[in-house]
Ligand binder design. Sequence first.
Ligand code: ADP
Ligand code: MG
Length: 587
Amino acid sequence: MPEIKVLSEEVISKIAAGEVIERPASVLKELIENSLDAGASRIEIEIKRAGRGLIRVHDDGRGMDREDLRLSLSRHATSKLNSFEDIYSLATFGFRGEALYSIFAVSRLKMSSCPAGSEFGFAIEGEGGRVTAEIPAPPVKGTTIEAADLFFNTPARAKFMKSDAAERAHLIKTVEEAALANLGTAFRLVIDGSEMFSLPVLPGGMWENLKSRASVIFGKSIYAGLARVEGKTSGMAVYGFVSRPDALAATRVNQHFFVNRRPVGSALLKQALYRGYGHMLTGRHPACALFVELDPGAFDANMHPQKRDVKFSSENEIFKTISGTVYEELLKKQTAAVELGTKAGGSKFAVSDVPGYREPQAPPQPAAETGGLFDFSPAGAEAPGPVPSDWRGQDLSYLGQLAKSYLLFECGAGLLVVDQHAAQERVLFEKYLEEFSTGVIKVQPLLVPLEAELSRSQMETALKWRDWMKTAGFEIDQRGPSVALLRAAPALFYFTQNAFSEFLGYLSEVLGEPEKAAEDVKKNIIATMACKKSIKAHDFVKPQEALRLMEDLKKAKDGHHCPHGRPTLFFLSAADIARRFQRSSAV
Ligand code: ADP
Ligand code: MG
């Protein structure tokens, strides 16, 4: 018969720790939540060696006396919950009374605290759940908790940790989310001795503070693409920032959702956001800091120890309110933008605006319906005129340029219309990939390096990929916590300051995700982005340049599409033209 044993307290505490403390960021999250619950107006965080070395959180909150300090370390010790019923109406963050107990079980812990007005502070030290010292501490109002050598006594768990860069990214995200959700508290984050950010509480209202924090946390370029949304229905409110439909990104890394100012991961909220973009989405992803305020009884966030999952009691209502708010606000802004655009003379020239571009029998475009007004899918891509397969073999005679964007050629008896930038991108793209795969990228050092302002997590990724970027012909350097420098680039490309900033910001989002993506995919991504952002030849094109571009395009493997898949050209046959004039024959 197997012998039944009762587990020792030490083993029990490690098991409990395993549930609550998954990685350094979970420790940090718990400590920050405790500081917020203690009413802190300022929280200072210090991290060493990606949280494995040290996680230190100092707050100016209400503090604990000697007795509370001791108690706080025991299991199910909490000052926030008296009865089980409270769980359903609790407005504070934690309730399980397990966090400090669990952190203590797997680290060397030092806590010092002093309640307001008290003359003495007090400190407790210990490791692996055992107290080793209780000593007086200076009477500094608030609490300081240091968790050092995380998982020192659970080597199996330590092995599950990801790279330093990955753990650091989680730590930074934890602070970013806390700072977005708690605008009345100042945050400062120091990692390995250097300040990542300091977010004071500014005079002015909630929006002022949210804006200034979002611009630091998202970085200037993503921030510039955000729109403010706000909506209300009975029993709930939604507000925050979401990407404008013309500023969507390649990945979802910059999405932050909050329910009652608590960061959450929720498929429902995510889906509702995406639904809010409807057809404007085009396979790309919005950034967001989206806040939902609900009656605390209307959802349950405590079923999972990590407390990121939420369950809502009325999912339909929430889904509708969020998607409806996002949709309406974006529609309003988009309509305003379109109206402005036409007043300014309509310098933006979309293919579908070309009179007579569509087949005459095609039904008229629905105007106010979802498709017409703000169709962000590649304009007109759904119905390009058939491309004569033999245009490569034909003599082209250059007719001229239209709207500084399109090159017109006579081809056979028809008209070949070429999107100049799309064609240039395609040619550049293939030349670069050719150089890349033969290993001979011509690199051009920059006399004056270009700068890119990045968010913290983008910078993490950029640094992680620095070596690979070098093989791609880009020499990246860091200056300060949020500025990356470009010292050399492939000679094929020419970037402006802004273009480089967008290129790198975007790239460090995309490269962040598919760590294990095939080399080909990564090459493709960097080539696509570089071509998009690199300056093309001048808008005005001389006839020889137009013809040379067509020679290059003829040689391209896929001359019919730009690297993003938009068509580079379409063809109006002589018969098409004749039909428009209601002639019975082509000529
Ligand atoms: P919980 O937060 O679920 O109550 P914890 O283990 O995280 O459980 O904390 C236990 C208790 O210790 C809290 O209820 C609170 O009374 C006290 N405490 C923890 N951190 C702080 C802090 N920074 N300031 C004041 N009190 C704290
Ligand atoms: Mg807690």
